[in-house]
Design a protein around this ligand. Structure first.
Ligand code: FES
Ligand code: MG
Length: 537
């Protein structure tokens, strides 16, 4: 007799049916019906008694960053089954940045290569189901004429060289073949790698989970372990659901990691969105928090675009485990992890790798790659709601404290049409300003904030200028670039929308300020003129 259908017995939570919730008003019938249909897939009563672990399959033939997902899923299933669970996979959409227009940010909640983890964590937090992450891992590096290359910092560096004629069309074609030599996520500290490290900081992944290469056996072992961990997590108490587990302190740890790795500017936007999904943490962490933590946190990981190495080099000296050990004085070690132990207890169980400094891209505290605040949030009359800059990726450090004249581009089309015009009135100390690529102005806030250096200057050796916009840039990009200016230019009350060529702009990263030298009256006058012009349109 199957006691599930005994009408005198209270129904148990099983086969995904939650206690007290029925689809048909009759709990026993709801369970009965669920079993009818799940059995159509061939599951036996015995397998349905096991904890069911859902595995989100992000594979897509259009997404090379997730090329290894089928093998990873096999390994996760092995881990689940070895530990007494039932693995059931289901699909989600995964979109690649390069194949989405104007930007995949528009579709973040549908997920993609470097936003997949973000979307999934947002979903997990809202659903408040026990969740663990498994990322696909970084791709390997390639080589061109003996020099290591990797997506996508070197995509940009080499393209910049090609634009000024430093390398020819044959070379750039050959480089194109080997920039992304394997599947996996971009091999530098781009947004995908940053999110992976942040997820380890939140302890939603094993320590090796951020850095093991996509094509390595280590990555498959991380996957198997994740499957096993998922079964154990299911059997643990309610306190390990994401809304309880991810406390304010856990997110502060994540921001410490972000600063210590010289992470992507995009992750400031993503973390704020993730935190916004958390009923009790939302509102307790602001952009200012990123500055507070930054001011105490040195950049310790020497990776492109701030430094010179690749993600696989970060894995070699112990990756996130070694880094978290170094960061212990700055972390909230009592933050709970998905194992039920605290972060401090987990770190105590696993010693960092010890090896000579010259073999490691993880810098010691007293010899950081960048003293502190790799990412800064700026405020001033040009960005009343804030703007973000990755100071550690500046290629002309003197520009971090600079006053210059604005050269304005109204939108990305205007930029494309004029940036390489030999008659463009611009010199290396000017400040390039691109308007209207914010969330509303160019829906989705594309990664167009890395404004190219005007060709007439780059051919003379200018490799960096201050560039300001309300858009984003790839985490793999570098330069003195101010992004996410808020309010965005499309907002009639913004100052970014009324800045004109020739205005004097001052950037002071140390003071965290971004101002334009025009009077309050002049700002109001221009805003009024603009509103009037807009009503006439
Ligand atoms: Fe997918 Fe960079 S393009 S991670
Ligand atoms: Mg990206």
């Amino acid at each position: 007799m199957n006691s599930d259908y005994d009408l005198d017995k209270p129904i148990e939570a099983k086969v995904g049916l939650r206690q007290g919730l029925t689809s048909y008003g009759d709990a026993h019938f709801s369970l009965f019906l669920r079993k009818v249909f799940i059995k159509a897939l061939g599951y036996s009563e015995k397998s349905l008694e096991k904890p069911i672990i859902g595995i989100v399959n992000t594979f897509s033939g259009f997404n090379p960053c997730h090329a290894n997902v089928p093998q990873l899923i096999e390994a996760v299933k092995r881990g689940v089954h070895l530990n007494g669970g039932l693995a059931v996979e289901f699909p989600t959409i995964s979109i690649h940045e390069s194949f989405s227009s104007p930007t995949s940010m528009y579709l973040r909640n549908l997920t993609r290569c470097d936003k997949t983890t973000v979307a999934q964590l947002m979903g997990g937090l809202s659903a408040n189901k026990p969740i663990l992450h498994l990322v696909t891992g970084p791709m390997m590096t390639g080589k061109f004429k003996g020099v290591r290359i990797g997506a996508c910092t070197d995509c940009r560096n080499n393209w910049a060289k090609f634009r000024v004629g430093e390398i020819d069309i044959e070379d750039i074609s050959a480089i194109n073949e080997d920039l992304a030599p394997t599947g996996g996520t971009c091999g530098v500290m781009g947004t995908a790698s940053t999110m992976a490290c942040v997820l380890v900081g939140l302890v939603l992944m094993p320590f090796a989970g951020a850095t093991a290469a996509a094509v390595s056996s280590a990555r498959l072992r991380v996957a198997e372990k994740t499957g096993g961990n998922a079964v154990k997590l299911c059997q643990q108490s309610e306190s390990l659901r994401p809304q309880t587990l991810l406390t304010r302190e856990a997110f502060l740890n994540a921001i410490t990691v972000l600063q210590a790795i010289g992470g992507s500017t995009n992750v400031v936007v993503h973390l704020m969105a993730i935190i916004g999904r958390h009923p009790s943490v939302s509102g307790t962490i602001t952009l200012e928090t990123f500055n507070e933590i930054g001011s105490k946190t040195p950049l310790l990981v020497d990776l492109k675009p701030s430094g010179s190495n690749y993600m696989t080099d970060f894995h070699d000296p112990g990756g996130m485990l070694s880094l978290l050990h170094k960061l212990k004085p700055l972390l909230h070690l009592d933050a709970l992890t998905t194992t039920g132990l605290t972060l401090g207890q987990e770190l105590a169980k696993a010693a960092p790798m010890s090896l000579p400094q010259e073999l490691s891209c993880i810098q010691p505290f007293d010899k950081p790659l960048y003293a502190k605040s790799s990412l800064v949030v700026l405020k001033g009359n040009l960005a009343l709601g804030g703007a973000v800059n990755k100071a550690s990726a500046s290629k002309r450090r003197e520009l971090l404290n600079h006053i210059g004249h604005a050269v304005i581009f109204k939108n990305s089309i205007d930029l494309t049409e004029r940036i390489d015009d030999p008659d463009l009135d611009v010199n290396p100390d000017d400040i390039l300003v691109l308007q209207n690529i914010g969330p509303v102005g160019n829906p989705g806030m594309p990664e167009a904030g890395i404004i190219p250096i005007p060709r007439k200057l780059s051919t003379k050796g200018v490799s960096d200028m201050i560039r300001i916009s309300d858009g984003r840039m790839s985490g793999t990009a570098g330069g003195t670039i101010v992004l996410h200016v808020s309010p965005e230019a499309a907002n009639p009350s913004s100052v970014l929308g009324i800045v004109q060529s020739g205005d004097t702009i001052s950037l002071d990263v140390e003071a965290r300020t971004l101002n334009v030298d025009i009077t309050e009256e002049e700002i109001l006058r221009r805003q009024e003129d603009r509103k009037e012009a807009m009503t006439k349109e």
